[in-house]
Design a protein around this ligand. Structure first.
Ligand code: DQA
Length: 151
């Protein structure tokens, strides 16, 4: 099972970026925790991409078109980008949307996500733990789907 973990603008600054909102973990810490979690689950391959540029995120989704799942925190592009959800729809990849902070407890402009309608679901407000839960969920749901397809 191959899963792409995609992070958008400013998430490269995690650890020093408003830690009271986003936590003290760096993106490298989160990647290490995910690799650890993946090692406990069966045969998961992970790839990590972070970019501050919308087009690079679209490219990454297209380049992983044959992969099984996508965990995405598009940062502020969540609230503005149409190209990212279009890319997700175009390749038809199983997607879980993650936000470190609870976007619904923040400014109104963060309450709307263009990604949610093309995702299986959203995890918001649990810090780095959201990524780990997203990996567990995708692993469970994709395994279940594969079993159903075999029947
Ligand atoms: C975020 C929430 C967004 O509103 C914000 O622009 C981010 C991070 C989060 O993980 O909480 O950059 O996606």
């Amino acid at each position: 099972m191959r899963i792409l973990v995609l992070n958008g603008p400013n998430l490269n600054l995690l650890g020093s970026r408003e830690p009271e909102i986003y936590g003290l973990e760096t993106l490298a810490d989160i990647e290490a925790l995910l690799r650890n979690e993946a090692a406990d689950l069966e045969d998961i391959e992970l790839a990590f991409v972070q970019s501050n540029h919308e087009g690079a995120l679209v490219d990454a989704i297209q380049e992983h078109r044959d992969w099984d799942g996508l965990i995405i925190n598009a940062g502020a592009l969540t609230h503005t980008s149409i190209a990212i959800p279009d890319a997700i729809s175009a390749v038809g990849i199983a997607t879980v949307e993650v936000h470190l902070s609870n976007v619904f407890a923040r400014e109104e402009f963060r309450h709307h996500s263009y990604i949610s309608p093309v995702a299986w679901g959203m995890i918001t407000g649990f810090g780095y733990r959201g990524y780990l839960v997203a990996l567990d969920l995708l692993h469970d749901l994709l395994s279940e789907q594969a079993e159903l397809e075999q029947e």
